[in-house]
Design a protein around this ligand. Structure first.
Ligand SMILES: [Cu+2]
Length: 504
């Protein structure tokens, strides 16, 4: 992790070319000499900065800069660049994010209470929009917003004293504010208490946000921002760290057993309040609302839009711990899901064992859905093979169908019919398209056994996904081997076949 951190740090700390920059407001005097500095923690004014000027180490999520390890207030220079860039928001879906430092959430900033922070905000020349920054850790009108309004290709500067310790959200406050925030313009600044935070084994940076695209959840291609959905507070995605899968598969955050993990959890909004929960863990300590009080033994903590919390827990049992917004449709149908992977020896006295990844993780237990993106790419370039479809379909089946029909396609006696060697399926492979899109209910007989149950419609899957899943099903477990193409699915979707009737 250290190497990684180093790399990220060097990428994020950007030398600021003030030569062709614009100073929006004159820099405040660096060390306003208070007539008589009051050396108390609550005032946070520990007098003028001492020692050499420090350039803040900024990190990209999920990493957190090292502790300041300082016993005195200093002058700290923070250099942050706004970059508008297209990045994946989900598998095969791209979105034009507006970022602080090239990532969503923006670079993590860490200073000490009493520090005098000289803030440089730069807006990349390729930007289309002006931007600014409002830091909730600033005492002063707008939190810096007015002093930091910065046109594309320009830079601005302002100075503030970090009077209050805590974990604070920062965000862009340029009109239309909601749009700038919805596009990913937020991050966290930690103002350490003078004595620093207690030592832990791992610190991570996780921030929730809601996103609004014109297409529906996982609809492929470049997806523009949807202002109407944003105003109506109907997010297409609810995400940790700006993308579905940002913290799953081989990008999961990690720890070993018997370690202490500290998460700095922010919520950028713009609209939703987060019910932050880690499945299988209890927070030993929560600094709720990012304030100074500590609550102990917490299951779920509320994180308001524009707020943050610090949660800490001790890892005891190895396995996958799933970070979710416990407004649970957001987790499983809008992407608000991340993973902490804990490795180490079993601890049977605390938990008997057997990991049930598939129950909670579905397709996210697959490392990053590589096969799905390969299939999407090849479909776009017209080189999609049956083998591509089978592999993508396998990953998607694990997330969408296997909970009921089981990973081996055998189903569950009396409840879920088998897909393996199913005579119902073999009799008409195209009928299955309608079953997936429209669901199925009523009596049917599969391989001589009667079923009378309900399969919900799965019309959130797009044409490619249905085609890939069914091609996988037809080519697995001794089935007929028919290939299903996206255009076949498109036709069935258009006529909205009465699949339930076809079952008799
Ligand atoms: Cu902005």
């Amino acid at each position: 992790m250290h190497q990684n951190l180093q790399k990220i740090v060097s990428r994020v700390v950007i030398a600021l070319g003030l030569a062709h920059g614009m100073i929006a407001s004159a820099a405040a005097p660096v060390a306003p000499p208070p007539s008589k500095p009051v050396m108390t923690k609550s005032s946070g004014d520990f007098g003028p900065p001492q020692g050499p000027v420090i350039h803040a180490v900024l990190t990209s999520p999920p990493f957190v800069p090292p502790p300041t390890n300082r016993k005195f207030p200093a002058k700290v220079i923070v250099e942050l660049e706004v970059v508008e860039k297209e990045m994946p928001i989900s598998e095969g879906v791209s979105y034009t994010f507006w970022t602080f430092g090239g990532t969503v959430p923006g670079s993590f900033i860490r200073v000490r209470q009493g520090d005098t922070v000289e803030f440089h905000l730069k807006n990349h020349p390729d930007s289309k929009m002006p931007h600014n920054i409002d830091l909730h850790g600033v005492t002063g009108p707008g939190g810096g917003a007015a002093s930091s309004f910065t046109a594309p290709g320009h830079a601005s500067q302002f100075t503030f004293k970090a009077l209050n310790e805590g974990i604070y959200v920062y965000h862009c406050a340029t009109a239309p504010v909601g749009m700038h925030v919805a596009n990913g313009m937020y991050g966290l600044i930690l103002v350490e208490p003078p004595e620093g935070l207690s030592k832990v084994d791992h610190e991570y940076y996780v921030m929730q946000g809601d996103f609004y695209t014109t297409g529906k959840y996982r609809e492929k291609g470049q997806q523009p921002f949807d202002m109407e959905k944003a105003i109506d507070e109907r997010p297409t995605y609810v995400l940790f760290n700006g993308a579905e899968g940002a913290l799953t598969g081989d990008r999961a955050i990690t720890a070993k057993t018997n370690e202490t993990v500290r998460l700095f959890v922010g919520n950028g909004g713009p609209n939703l309040v987060s019910s932050f929960h880690v499945i299988g863990a209890i927070f030993d300590k929560v600094r709720y609302e990012g304030g100074s009080n500590v609550q102990k033994n917490v299951q779920t903590t509320l994180i308001p839009a524009g707020g943050a919390a610090v949660v800490e827990f001790h890892t005891k049992v190895p396995g996958s711990y799933v970070l979710v917004d416990h407004s649970i449709f957001r987790a499983f149908n809008k992407g608000a899901l991340a993973i902490l992977k804990v490795t180490g020896p079993e601890n049977k006295s605390v938990y008997s064992g057997k990991e049930l990844d598939s129950v909670y993780l579905g397709d996210r237990s697959q490392p990053n859905m590589q096969a799905v993106s390969t299939a999407a790419k090849n479909a776009a370039s017209g080189t999609l093979t049956q083998q591509d479809q089978v592999q993508a379909g396998q990953a998607l089946f694990a997330g969408t169908c296997s909970v009921c029909h089981q990973a081996n396609g055998a189903g569950l006696p009396g409840v879920f019919p088998p897909l393996a060697k199913s005579d119902f399926l073999a009799a008409d492979t195209h009928r299955a398209i309608g079953v997936v899109l429209n669901g199925l209910s009523g009596k049917l007989t599969v391989n001589g056994t009667a079923y009378d149950s309900v399969m919900p419609p799965m019309n959130q899957l797009n044409d490619d996904e249905v085609a890939n899943i069914l091609t996988y099903v037809n080519n697995s477990w001794g089935n007929a081997g028919a290939r299903v193409l996206a255009e076949d699915v498109k036709k069935v979707r258009a006529i909205k076949a009465p699949a339930a009737a076809a079952a008799h």
